[in-house]
Write a protein that binds this ligand. Structure first.
Ligand code: PLP
Length: 385
């Protein structure tokens, strides 16, 4: 059976070029970048090259990047690191209810450490209003964390306007953006957008699991959360993941080299898919359906059918999607984003997420739409109302 993988916001398949590069590094340039001999120097070169590529994409300096093991680590380092380093200036933090648990759970931890956290409202599309951010920022606000692209419904937040609003109110307040779902799908320039800290994860952009980075702006003070050998200017002790980091830079370069055509193609696939599945009676799309939403994430509510049942029925046809947000964990949980945008209990249980990548084809999306057209009426017959 043909495999139709539409769970790219959970994770992506590695680009073959990335896997090849990593394999060569594992087998040849396997030295420790901190070693002083030739093998170390070769590995160090790979890391330096990766820094340059990624910094070039963001239009920042290579020294502004800290390589991490995943998006979760980047978010933790940004939030805890900022809170610890700046607590004398204030203990107030701001975030939104639609953040990934890597941010929300870290905020909860910081509350137990004596920090005060304000959760901003979002509208029915999951949008944060920059004016709300401005009125929430206080003298003692040390950090605002708002994601770039929501992982469940694909809402793209007005981060540049939010950055502007924060700095106008309190120039000392730092701005963190979780760009795990946005990097590779949007052009993101931290300096222009007044972003001080930016989290990226490698496995969402066709690189390896266990890779990521945090951008830390000039003069932004954060404290390290790992203690050890002092690698990466002491901000992230631990031997660098040379192969993974080089692979992540190559994946990012590949995505941004063909950015415009790929994004346009994805929007085309998304528009066609939405037009087709919304003809199934009752089917609704959550979040933005115009091109202000992300090109790759489609949140589909199918009233009268439980998401888990639908997911497995699609799986039987070789189509892989997720129920709510798979990247949180596999334990059953109520979706924070869908609750925050006001979905009722029944719709919450009847929502699946379809997420594409540059590897997704027109045939994949047509097959997925056809599978839904066939399955939904069938499953509804067996659902008691
Ligand atoms: N932030 C967002 C928005 C995500 O979608 C994810 C996905 O899992 C994460 C953070 C965590 O990233 P990682 O899986 O690399 O830890």
């Amino acid at each position: 059976m043909r495999e139709i993988y539409l769970d790219n916001s959970a994770t992506t398949r590695c680009f073959p070029e990335v896997a090849e590069l990593m394999s060569r590094i594992y087998l040849e340039d396997y030295g420790n970048p901190s070693s002083m001999h030739h093998k170390g120097v070769e590995a160090e070169k790979e890391i330096r090259n990766a820094r340059q590529i990624l910094a070039g994409i963001l239009k920042v300096q290579p020294g502004n990047l800290v390589f991490t093991s995943c998006g979760t680590e980047g978010d933790n380092l940004a939030l805890i690191g900022c809170a610890m380093a700046n607590q004398r200036k204030g203990r107030h933090l701001i975030t939104t209810p639609i953040e990934h648990p890597a941010v929300l759970e870290t905020m909860k931890y910081l509350e137990t450490q004596g920090f005060e956290v304000t959760i901003l409202p979002v509208d029915r599309q999951g949008l944060v209003d920059p004016a709300d951010v401005a009125s929430a920022v206080r003298e003692d606000t040390i950090l605002v964390s708002v994601m770039h692209t929501n992982n469940e419904i694909g809402t793209v937040e007005p981060v540049a306007e939010i950055g502007e609003a924060i700095k106008a109110k309190n120039p000392a307040t730092l701005f963190h953006v979780d760009a795990v779902q946005g990097f590779g799908k949007a052009r993101i320039y931290p300096k222009r957008m007044k972003i001080d800290l930016l989290t990226v994860s490698g496995h969402k952009i066709h690189a390896a699991k266990g890779t990521g980075f945090l951008y830390v702006g000039d003069k932004v003070r954060i404290q390290n959360i790992l203690f050890g050998g002092g690698q990466q200017k002491g901000l992230r002790s631990g031997t660098e993941n040379t192969a993974g980091t080089a692979g992540m830079a190559l994946a990012a370069k590949m995505l941004y080299d063909s950015f415009d055509t790929d994004i346009e193609r994805l929007y085309g696939l998304r528009d066609a898919f939405i037009a087709r599945v919304t003809r199934i009676p009752g089917v609704k799309i959550n979040g933005k359906t115009d091109h202000s939403g992300a090109p790759h994430i489609i949140s589909v509510t199918v009233p009268g059918v439980r998401a888990e049942v639908l997911l497995h029925a699609l799986e039987d046809k070789g189509v892989y999607v997720s129920a709510g947000s798979a990247c949180a964990s596999n334990r059953p949980h109520v979706s924070g984003t869908l609750t925050a945008i006001g979905l009722d209990k029944e719709d919450l249980d009847s929502t699946i997420r379809i997420s594409m990548s540059v590897m997704t084809t027109e045939g994949d999306m047509e097959a997925a739409a056809a599978a839904l057209e066939e399955i939904v009426p069938f499953l509804r017959r067996y659902t008691r109302h």
